[in-house]
Design a protein around this ligand. Structure first.
Ligand code: ADP
Length: 625
């Protein structure tokens, strides 16, 4: 058995003293709290010192350190006592009157509460030990604050907004971030200078503003303010949004804080857009046409001043669909339908219709509307113009009247010439003068051409006056086509007219006028394919009607002109076309005749390859399917 050493003390009392000695050596506070009232039965020197040397032994925790009331400690101790489970926590804050303090302060502890039990295993009290880590916590807090400060400073220096701080009544520039310096076109050498001494700024009223903020404490907000600076040796005008606000030290205004953003690009863009708009409006208001702009859905939001002058309306009257009020109510449904069609399809709109003037007179206007697309090809607006065509219409009328009178006047002498030609032919035949007879026959053919021409012209004026008469009955369509083909083939030796698809169909309408149509299509096919020798005619039953096609292999018609060739007096004038004789009225008359009998006409063609003209007629236009 080992012999006890010299420092060991015999007996229980000795043991306790020994234990106390060790506990007092420790510089972390330690105490024994007995019973659920937590009576101090022991506290080491470190504990007593921490608690300002106050009397602890024999007192309950609440009595001894009353400042702890309301803090977590008593309930934590109770929990340890009741559950016998040790409790440990780091960095718990305790507010009390600690050593060396006159007032309660907060300190931080790593705290351990350990239950202690009697030999029977029952919890009798709690051993409390705490290690004061306040210094460590304070240091960390300071470090954190410093890091935050540094971050804030960096943020301030790098922000894409100009910050500057001027101090005192002379506005000495104390601080300016990179953006602020860049904005001013200066380097860090201006820091420490009075603003008045920084070249270029003093004349622009900014110093007076700094004075105002410094002396009155007012916050000044400037929007898109021009600022002229010398940047890289060049004078430059910037636009800035600027806030000047007082910078306080305590209650006193010590300087002025300026926050500025460069808005030059957006200001210049806005100015340019305004200028452009002004230029556009000046132009649009000075053209002789009426003009307007609509949204993609057709809502008109702008008219030029000519529109208001002519119609005598106001913007309020006209907004959106208000324009309907200056339209001829009879024509309006047709206009609306075509316009809606364009809005739906995104295709340009073109139409002639009357518009009511402020003098209550309707005048004809040619209206053209073109879509404006965005980058993705979507319609974003419509630009419309209305051109007064009263003058053109008057001239057209005069021309029509002249043609009508002239062709009437020509008809009688030409008929007389034809009659005399026939008499001459008989006389010469009797006389046996073959040479003169041949000449008179040629003259007769030319008189026939002249008669046809006059007939066409008369048809046009009859069409215009609604006086073209129709003599209607049922007829066999196939027989009609065959007849025309045979007739044409007789007088034509250059082309073979092929017709071998026969239809069985009876059609109701004016047989002679349809003969005129088929005649015209075959004559054109022959005329416009001089280098070729074949024309192909086809007929078929299509839908509730008959379809005729006349194909040639001649010069063809370009895509752009395919629609126009059906217009009155329209002739293709490009390339070799001019060399063909004609007046541009045949197809117009065909179109009108077919339209009147519920039919239609169209063309498919490739320049150089030839054309196919189609004419479709319903069996009986009076009973549409
Ligand atoms: P025109 O008397 O001038 O032939 P039309 O009204 O019959 O008058 O035709 C109008 C225009 O259409 C013609 O001038 C011509 O340019 C063009 N055209 C008509 N038919 C054909 C065709 N088969 N091939 C090519 N061009 C044609």
């Amino acid at each position: 058995m080992n012999k006890p050493n010299k420092n060991s003390v015999d007996g229980a009392h000795g043991m306790q003293e020994n234990f106390k000695y060790f506990l007092n050596q420790s510089n972390s506070p330690f105490a024994i709290l007995t019973s659920r009232d937590f009576i101090f039965t022991f506290a080491n020197d470190a504990y007593i010192q921490l608690m300002n040397g106050r009397e602890l032994i024999g007192k309950s925790l609440e009595e001894a350190i009353p400042e702890l009331k309301g803090q977590a400690f008593i309930s934590l101790l109770q929990k340890v006592f009741d559950t016998s489970v040790p409790y440990h926590v780091s960095e718990i804050a305790a507010t009390a009157l600690f050593s060396g303090d006159k007032e309660p302060t907060t300190r931080y502890f790593d705290l351990t509460y350990m239950p202690y039990k009697n030999p029977a295993g029952k919890t009798e009290g709690v051993l409390a030990s705490g290690f004061d880590i306040s210094e460590h916590v304070e240091l960390r807090k300071k470090e954190k604050a410093q890091i935050l400060n540094e971050q804030a400073y960096n943020l301030f220096m790098q922000a894409p907004v100009g910050f500057s701080l001027t101090m005192e009544k002379d506005h000495v520039l104390k601080l300016a971030n990179d953006w602020g310096l860049k904005l001013a076109g200066k380097g860090p050498e201006i820091i420490g200078k009075k603003v008045a001494d920084i070249s270029g700024i003093e004349t622009q009223g900014y110093i007076e503003l700094l004075d105002r903020v410094f002396h009155t404490g007012e916050v000044i907000n400037l929007k898109e303010s021009p600022l002229t600076l010398i940047k890289n040796g060049k004078q430059e005008t910037l636009y800035v949004n600027l806030v000047y606000q007082p910078y306080y030290e305590g209650q006193k205004i010590a300087g002025v804080l300026a926050i500025s953003t460069d808005v030059t690009i957006s200001v210049l863009a806005k100015k340019e857009a305004e200028e452009l708009k002004e230029r556009f409006e000046t132009m649009a208001n000075n053209i002789p046409n009426l003009a307007w702009i609509a949204n993609a859905d057709g809502w008109i939001f702008w008219y030029n001043s000519r529109w208001y002058e002519y119609t005598g309306t106001t913007p309020q009257d006209m907004e959106g669909w208000g324009w309907k009020s200056v339209h001829d109510q009879e024509k309006l449904p047709e206009v609306l339908e075509e316009w809606q069609q364009s809005i739906k399809s995104g295709q340009p709109f073109e139409m002639v219709f009357p518009i009511l003037g402020s003098d209550k007179v309707f005048r004809p206007f040619l209206t053209r509307v073109v879509p404006v697309h965005n980058n993705e090809g979507k319609v974003i607006r419509w630009l419309g113009t209305n051109t007064d065509i009263t003058k053109q219409k008057e001239i057209e009328q005069l021309k029509d009247n002249f043609l009508s009178t002239a062709s009437h006047e020509l008809k009688t002498p030409v008929t007389t010439i034809k009659a005399y030609a026939h008499i001459l032919e008989s006389l010469l035949t009797e006389k046996g003068d073959a040479q003169t007879l041949a000449m008179v026959k040629k003259m007769d053919t030319q008189v026939d051409r002249l008669t046809n021409l006059i007939e066409d012209l008369l048809d046009i004026s009859r069409l215009q006056n609604g006086k073209l008469l129709y003599d209607e009955s049922f007829y066999d369509f196939d027989v009609l086509v065959q007849e025309v083909v045979d007739d044409m083939q007789k007088t034509n030796i250059t082309h073979k007219i092929i017709y071998d698809t026969h239809v069985e169909a009876t059609v109701f309408g004016d047989r002679n006028k349809i003969i005129q149509v088929v005649n015209n299509l075959i004559s054109n096919a022959i005329k416009y394919s001089p280098q070729q020798d074949e024309i192909v005619i086809k007929t078929s039953v299509t839908g509730e009607g008959v379809l005729l096609s006349v194909r040639d292999f001649g010069i063809g018609i370009s895509k752009e002109e395919q629609k126009q060739v059906f217009e009155q007096f329209y002739r293709v004038t490009s390339g070799s076309q001019l060399t063909f004789p004609g007046m541009g009225i045949g197809l117009f008359i065909c179109t009108e005749i077919l339209k009147r009998q519920g039919g239609k006409i169209w063309v498919e063609s490739l320049p150089g390859d030839g054309s196919v003209f189609y004419a479709w007629l319903p069996f009986d236009y009076r009973n549409p399917a």
